[in-house]
Design a protein around this ligand. Structure first.
Ligand SMILES: Cc1cc2nc3c(=O)[nH]c(=O)nc-3n(C[C@H](O)[C@H](O)[C@H](O)COP(=O)(O)OP(=O)(O)OC[C@H]3O[C@@H](n4cnc5c(N)ncnc54)[C@H](O)[C@@H]3O)c2cc1C
Length: 380
């Protein structure tokens, strides 16, 4: 059996970020194996977040970003424009992949199994035994598992979307302002368009749904219509496509000894936004820091315990109440978001949505929402 100190299951955002941290010379005594189904890395998504000063760990603060000083939420004629010193920022996945792969390539102690999936991972007294789709048996003292969670039930909340990056001939986008949520009320879920304008003639436009289970939607027809009706462009070239179906509140996998779950698998996706970028990078950075401290104290890998990475129970509870209110009347749901953006000061709302809220921020969010439907949902 092939034996390793550390196996990282899945080399997407969290797996690559952790491997890049472990590429540092202080971890050169570890044998690390990355197991990943994909063969090549291409741009497959775009990660956005609010660039709060501490949003990203130091290691990732140099990633190239596009930034916007304003964002808008709207419903028909009603719209709320927000401005803040904290910009909305966006990173192309290929920029992150290139940076992380570059760091990993310099570390001979990190090896790859590409085009390989893990089929099974079982804890033993001394580590984890892993079986791959190619029938390999691998043992490791520690497994960092980032295999994405699947919806645990058909009725789970899911955010599903398709995005096109388009280039148009005549300027039609407002380059300083992100369309965060341009709502189209619907009886079966929350539907909105999202637009990251890179310039007056280039933008990433997405049709996004939040619903119980994935609805059968013709996202492409929705995008075509929105480009025509909302932005007035019919003559465009699609230069990039992305899509996703993210379970928003997946049931946590059962705890296993010698297994640490990271990224979405580790519960790092914020249900209220579908965002996991900053939290995943924060988590992997804090795991690496904890390992480094452990080795500096002369301790062995087998004695290391992953530090608990705080996901606020209060935020989780507030998100679940929010979703129960939304689904009680999908048609009215956009109004709640407009109230939030209208009534909560920008910085407080950013901290709340990014999972960095303090008690006052949460109170401001609660005050901005109508008391009765939320109290009823909270009591359910
Ligand atoms: C299109 C898209 C856009 C998004 N936009 C944003 C955004 O703007 N902001 C934000 O914060 N979040 C966003 N997210 C959510 C979240 O940040 C991403 O999903 C992020 O990639 C999650 O990181 P992860 O490491 O948990 O999962 P992933 O990056 O998906 O990595 C999981 C890895 O596991 C691998 N894998 C799967 N099965 C196996 C197996 N059996 N064995 C081994 N490996 C396996 C996969 O190939 C993949 O490389 C977006 C998600 C998508 C899909």
């Amino acid at each position: 059996m092939d034996t390793w100190d550390v196996v990282i299951a899945g080399a997407g955002l969290a797996g690559l970020a952790l491997a890049a941290e472990l590429a540092a010379p202080e971890f050169a005594h570890l044998r690390v194996l990355l197991i990943e189904p994909r063969k090549n890395y291409v741009r497959d998504r775009t990660w956005s977040y609010w660039a709060l000063p501490n949003a990203l760990p130091q290691q990732w603060q140099g990633l190239p970003t596009t930034q916007w000083p304003q964002w808008r939420v709207s419903l028909a004629e009603r719209s709320v424009l927000s401005k803040s010193e904290v910009p909305y920022a966006s990173v192309r996945a290929d920029a992150f992949y290139d940076a992380a792969l570059g760091m990993i390539a310099k570390a001979p102690h990190i090896q790859w199994l590409r085009e390989t999936s893990i089929q099974q991972a079982e804890s033993t007294a001394h580590g984890v035994e892993i079986t791959t789709n190619a029938g390999q048996c691998i043992s490791s003292k520690l497994l960092f598992d980032s295999r994405p969670p699947k919806p645990s039930q058909a009725s789970d909340w899911v955010q599903h979307f398709v995005g096109w990056e388009v280039k148009v001939k005549s300027p039609c986008f407002e380059s300083q302002c992100v369309e965060l949520m341009a709502f189209e009320p619907h009886g079966s879920g929350l539907h909105f368009f999202y637009c990251l304008p890179y310039s007056r003639t280039q933008a990433l436009v997405e049709s996004t749904w939040i619903s119980r289970a994935i609805l059968q939607r013709d996202y492409e027809a929705e995008l075509r219509e929105a480009l025509q009706q909302r932005w007035g462009c019919s003559d465009y070239a699609i230069t990039f496509r992305e899509k996703g179906a993210l379970p928003l509140m997946p049931r946590p996998a059962a705890a296993q000894s010698h297994v640490v779950r990271i990224g979405r698998a580790g519960g790092k996706l914020r249900a209220a936004t579908g965002y996991a970028f900053c939290a995943s990078l924060q988590q992997t950075s804090s795991l690496a820091a904890s390992l480094a401290k452990h080795f500096n104290e002369g301790k062995a890998l087998i004695d290391w315990q992953a530090p608990p990475f705080k996901t606020s129970a209060m935020d989780q509870w507030m998100d679940s109440v929010l979703f129960r209110v939304l689904e009680s009347d999908w048609q009215a749901a956009p109004q709640y978001f407009l109230s939030l953006f209208e009534r909560v000061p920008e910085l407080q709302l950013i901290r709340f949505l990014q999972g960095q809220a303090n008690a006052q921020d949460r109170l401001a969010v609660m005050r901005a929402l109508p008391a009765w439907p939320f109290m009823r949902a909270a009591l359910r």
